[in-house]
Write a protein that binds this ligand. Sequence first.
Ligand code: NAD
Ligand code: MG
Length: 386
Amino acid sequence: MKKLSILGATGSIGMQTLDVLRKSPGEFELLGVTANSSVEKMKDIITEFNPKYLAMMNTESAKEIECFCREKQFNIKVYSGMAGLIKIATLEEINIALIAVVGMIGLKPTMAAIEANKDIALANKETLVVAGEIVMKRACEKGVKILPVDSEHSAIFQALQGNDIKSLKKIILTASGGPFRGKSAKELENISVDEALNHPNWSMGNKITIDSATLMNKGLEVIEAHFLFNCDYDNIQVLVHPESIIHSMVEYKDSSIIAQLGSADMRLPIQYALNYTCRKNEIAKSIDFYEISQLNFEKPNTDVFRCLKLAFKAGTRGGVMPAIMNAANEVAVDLFLNKKIQFLEISHIIEDAMVNFEEHMNTELTIDNVINIDNKVREYVLNKNS
Ligand code: NAD
Ligand code: MG
């Protein structure tokens, strides 16, 4: 039986991971879970899964959960804060940690899990964006597997099985195009939060849904793919494919292309990552090709969706630039969700931060420096926009 922890268990990926466990009786033991402050969802998880260890980022929420456990006689060790997250990511008993927190807050627990020789099922793309070079290098040195959960990267990972990565010509990263595909910049001026949260194909957490609307999600995924598969940015092509049936493709030197297809259901890549190298039973609906009848493809419009262009720029610049870009994006998305800025301001804020922090480009790439510059960028963006 595989033993695991889920960081970010109350989120969209976390809950879908719980569903994969539910549908795999006797195969997994859930030992640890974490959340930020969702007390009610956590109580449900405790009642159903009875994990041995738990952490809430928020101290007050941790106290509430402790009271609940005492009252209902659950024998669960409760931790809080970043130390708590790290504890759950590194539990002695676990084989694998599924990291599904949102944002670069996942970096420290991911690094800690690698140091503790735990395999990682990684949904938390921001961690690879801000410090992919360090994360992948250390995982390689420790012989730890980084198993992608993001659907595109899972598709690429699956399409690479049995092939020599050296014979890879390019990665074709598909994108749904989000809710505003085909719109002009003028039409995006007065987009509301609700409109931006209405993704056509996927139901996800708020931050990634806004990232999908700006195409920053694809930008983050380009950087994620660069580090996961050691692929030059020139060899990563973004392809808009509105149906989200082809989850990504790889093209080999002989121009042969291998794609992974499936319904838009994150439980599929989650199950694949948790069971790698085995393929398990049906978790997602089969695709009926008679019903689909056609698949469409377009070139992304990076003049309108400038975040994608900025991400290629940050990735190519390398060093701490992706961390600068990511921090500005995390704050800008939060400001937009709180109705403090307009939709189109997100890309302007990111670009401004990238220009302003260019002088930090000689910063050595270490975890501490990445966290440091992340804090500085957040402070800068917040000061300038509130
Ligand atoms: P979500 O907002 O639904 O859930 C986030 C989880 O992280 C929650 O459990 C929350 O309690 C926890 N969390 C939030 N802030 C935290 C903090 N400061 N400290 C500790 N814990 C915190 O997000 P999601 O949609 O599940 O996405 C999670 C990650 O997976 C993101 O990096 C996202 O880009 C990636 N991802 C998500 C999907 C998807 O379909 N949702 C697909 C691919 C990749
Ligand atoms: Mg994705």
